[in-house]
Design a protein around this ligand. Structure first.
Ligand SMILES: [Zn+2]
Length: 471
């Protein structure tokens, strides 16, 4: 029997607003511990939350970028749980009336475009951070004390939940990559996994290929990179298939994947049936986005989506790897396209942008049309001239002319008389070459280059010499 995976993602993105979600504290999770706190985010009695308008607006923009419907009426709920990182005893989140629902994202890949549904995107506040000290690797086990840093507590967080539309680990990696780029390019989050401003969980189940059932799923947590997540998902798909094929059942559980023990069985913990006793937050009025904002205005200001760019670049016939590397910066893609429009073949244009331009100059500042003129003549000019053109291409007033003047002489009618003269002046070497000393070709090339002050095109000189030295 063949199997297919059913994968859904839950992604948390920390917004880079200046202040927290419900108070005026500055967002600064990495500042000195407990220096960014106030009665509201410490949950002192009598304090009242006030929503951050910027955070709501950014969540709506993200929703629009993900093709979501924006709710006319959105409500904050209290989600109850007791934990030291949560001083109120509940987190303000959204439940059955989130800001954004029913989105759709195009996910381009080497085998065409998949469509991934977005169940919802809602706004909530982040928890504080607990540090366990005295034990190994910051784990609670063996620790002598647990410390809480409330700087992160109350930071605005968007949670994005996908439909279980993802079928492979590689698709999951690509989706996460594009989502990360989307929030970074919208300017609403740094989305840095190392800093915790982008975090995600993965739900995985498998089913016989072609069936539409949804079997028991497991949840992978603790993912710390996209590549690592892809390996973790791969691993979990194989484990579930093996379980079913040996007659067993997959149990609903949360797997804490350990990055340092990749091939070892993950540490398992049973998921508790959770009851958060959600109820509407009585201290906050519902949000009415359609009355407060003009969606046309918010949507009209959206930059082109990274997904649409990737789709275009792949359609030009590039390998996924190159397409993704170009897509990492919008300016790389537009330079690639300008160079392509100037008649350079797509693969060559991509290789040039990635290997020659991007490591040396900022592609956003390059005059692509002028640089393309030099690139088109790359076989006719010395390598150094092309390099010099790249280095200068981001400067004001850059033109191709100066570098094209270095164009080599490739015209046989100009080169032949020079070659003929050199051959007649070096009769002895000609004899020796024809007698089998083919290494002498380099000697003749050298002579021609000297005569032409280096302007001769070496490829053509080689061809002409071989032709003329034939017996
Ligand atoms: Zn505060």
């Amino acid at each position: 029997m063949s199997w297919e995976a059913v994968i859904g993602l839950e992604i948390h993105v920390q917004l880079k607003t200046r202040t927290k979600m419900f108070c005026r504290c500055a967002v600064g999770a990495l500042d000195d511990p407990n220096t960014r706190t106030c009665p509201v985010c410490l949950a002192l009695p009598g304090s009242l939350p006030v929503p951050n308008r910027q955070a709501v607006e950014w969540t709506i923009r993200l929703g629009l970028a993900l093709g979501c419907e924006i709710a006319g009426h959105a409500v904050f709920h209290r989600k109850h749980y007791f934990y030291p990182d949560n001083p109120k005893g509940y987190q303000i989140s959204q439940y059955d009336e989130p800001l954004c629902v029913n989105g759709r994202v195009r996910l381009p890949g080497p085998d065409g475009v998949a469509e991934i549904g977005i169940t919802r995107a809602h706004l909530e506040e982040d928890a504080a951070k607990t540090l366990h000290v005295g034990g190994a690797e910051g784990r609670i086990h063996g620790a002598t004390a647990s410390l809480v840093d409330f700087n992160r507590g109350g930071t605005p967080l968007v949670e994005i939940v996908t439909e279980p539309d993802i079928r492979t680990a590689e698709q999951a990696r690509r989706f996460l990559q594009l989502l990360r780029q989307t929030v970074v390019e919208l300017g609403i989050s740094d989305a840095e996994m190392e800093k915790g401003s982008l975090r995600f969980d993965v739900n995985v189940s498998v089913r016989p290929t072609g069936s539409d059932e949804l079997r028991t799923r497991t949840e992978l947590k603790n993912m710390n990179s996209f590549a690592f997540a892809a390996r973790g998902i791969e691993h979990e798909i194989e484990r579930q298939i093996a379980t079913y094929e040996s007659g067993g059942q997959v149990e609903q559980e949360t797997l804490h994947f350990d990055p340092n023990r990749e091939d070892a069985p993950p540490l398992r913990s049973k998921e508790e049936a959770e009851d958060y006793r959600y109820f509407p937050e009585p201290d906050l009025v519902p949000i009415e986005p359609l009355r407060e904002w003009s969606l046309d205005e918010l949507g009209g200001k959206l930059p082109e989506s990274p997904s649409a760019r990737l789709e275009r670049v792949l359609a030009a016939g590039l390998e996924l790897r190159d397409a993704e590397a170009l897509n990492a910066e919008p300016a790389r893609v537009s330079l690639f396209e300008t160079i392509g429009e100037a008649g350079v073949e797509p693969r060559a244009a991509a290789a040039f942008v990635l290997n020659d331009v991007a490591p040396r100059v900022d592609p956003a500042r390059v005059d692509g049309a002028e640089l393309a003129k030099v690139l088109r003549e790359r076989d006719q000019i010395p390598r150094e001239a092309l390099d010099a053109a790249v280095a200068a291409s981001a400067s004001k007033g850059f033109t191709a002319d100066e570098y094209l003047r270095e164009r080599t002489v490739a015209d046989a009618s100009e080169l032949d008389p020079v070659i003929d003269r050199i051959l007649s002046e070096n009769g002895q070497q000609v004899e020796a070459y024809r007698g089998g000393k083919e290494g002498l070709l380099g000697f003749f090339v050298g002579q021609v280059m000297r005569e032409t002050q280096g302007k001769a095109n070496p490829k053509v000189v080689n061809e002409r010499l071989r032709e003329k030295l034939k017996t």
